[in-house]
Design a protein around this ligand. Structure first.
Ligand code: ASP
Length: 338
């Protein structure tokens, strides 16, 4: 595509050729390192192309793992190359235009689809086949690409960076959706299956059936348990309902509130918090930092050191492109508030 060559001087590299459901966190750590290397060598931005099925998870994981100022832009295609109206070439061109644009700096990982620019944290694949499958239900796209020009119209209040070393073990985290009439017996099996954490997608504002409460209590005593909502939009409540199985009672049992993250995003965050060896209260802080009232809306960064278990300090975000997550000490959590 000669249009792309007019936008940027591209260097390409294939990391894997697999359907996206077979990608792993280890693949993402490799990808993060390769992208960081390219930025260190002078690239203005990085574009990742992959199958669309897992983009909502891979892009958010990269967002958490990425602390360079250069953008990392994920895209793909909903239609096969030979299909009428194939969207791959246009998505790729727009992704390159965004990655090369100064407007996209400091925004972390973005997903570009159908000339829309989405924050990795909010975007989801919301349709099985539509070329407009990628949507940010909570707030819409951050911007768009018009006549080849990327426009950023709104910027999320804060991002979170987790330092996870390249060779980190990312422990297994279960994602369990609660459903009508289910007594939750699957929860009793999670520890013996080797799970290190669990995300529960509760009903509505974060509720479960009373029969499951003792199971959740004993699970929360053994591993971090995060409560998300199966509605996929809005926040998990914190002080509205008090009854057996309500959000207030679950939070009193030590369950961590996912805030406005859906179950898939919450699972990515919990997995990487565990990989960063954060203590339980730090995991709760990480979820709070991504919440709507998660910290001061002034420039700066809150830093929690996992190794020191909770010693909190404040520092300025680094202004160097080379400041990628792989180089900080293991167990460091940085909230880059904009
Ligand atoms: N199944 C494909 C995947 O790997 C779908 C796609 O290529 O978009 O995600």
């Amino acid at each position: 595509m000669h249009e792309i060559e007019e936008v940027a001087d591209l260097r390409t590299e294939q990391i894997a050729q697999r359907a996206s459901p077979s990608l792993t966190f280890a693949d993402l750590l490799t990808l993060r390192d390769k992208a960081a290397q390219r930025v260190d060598e002078g690239s203005a931005g990085v574009v990742i192309t992959q199958g669309t099925d897992t983009i909502e998870e891979t892009a958010f994981a990269l967002d958490l793992l990425w602390s360079a100022r250069a953008p990392i832009v994920v895209t793909g295609a909903m239609r096969a190359p030979g299909a009428p109206g194939a969207d791959g070439p246009a998505n790729l061109l727009a992704a390159v235009q965004v990655a090369a644009s100064p407007a996209a700096r400091d925004l972390g990982a973005l997903v570009v689809f159908g000339d829309e620019i989405h924050a990795a944290r909010f975007v989801a694949k919301a349709h099985t086949s539509s070329p407009a499958a990628f949507r940010s239900r909570q707030l819409g796209p951050l911007g768009w690409v018009t006549e080849g020009r990327p426009v950023i119209a709104t910027i999320p209040a804060r991002r979170l960076h987790l330092t996870v070393p390249s060779d980190a073990n990312v422990p297994p985290v279960a994602l369990v959706r609660l459903a009508l009439g289910d007594d939750g017996r699957i929860l009793t099996t999670l520890p013996s299956l080797g799970y290190a954490g669990a995300v529960l997608e509760g009903f509505g504002g974060g509720h479960v059936a009373p029969a499951t409460v003792p199971l959740i209590e004993s699970l929360a005593a053994r591993m971090p348990v995060v409560l998300a909502s199966r509605t996929g939009s809005g926040e998990v409540l914190s002080r509205t309902y008090r009854y057996p199985g309500s959000e207030i009672e679950l939070l009193e049992l030590g369950v961590v509130r996912a805030g406005a993250l859906d179950g898939l995003k919450a699972r990515v965050l919990l997995s990487l918090c565990l990989a960063a060896e954060l203590a339980k209260h730090q995991i709760a802080s990480a979820f709070e930092m991504l919440g709507p009232d998660g910290g001061p809306a002034t420039p700066g960064a809150a830093l929690l050191d996992g190794a020191a278990h909770g010693k909190a300090t404040t520092s300025r975000p680094s202004a160097t492109d080379g400041d990628c997550g792989s180089r900080r000490a293991p167990g460091t959590l940085v909230d880059s508030t904009r």
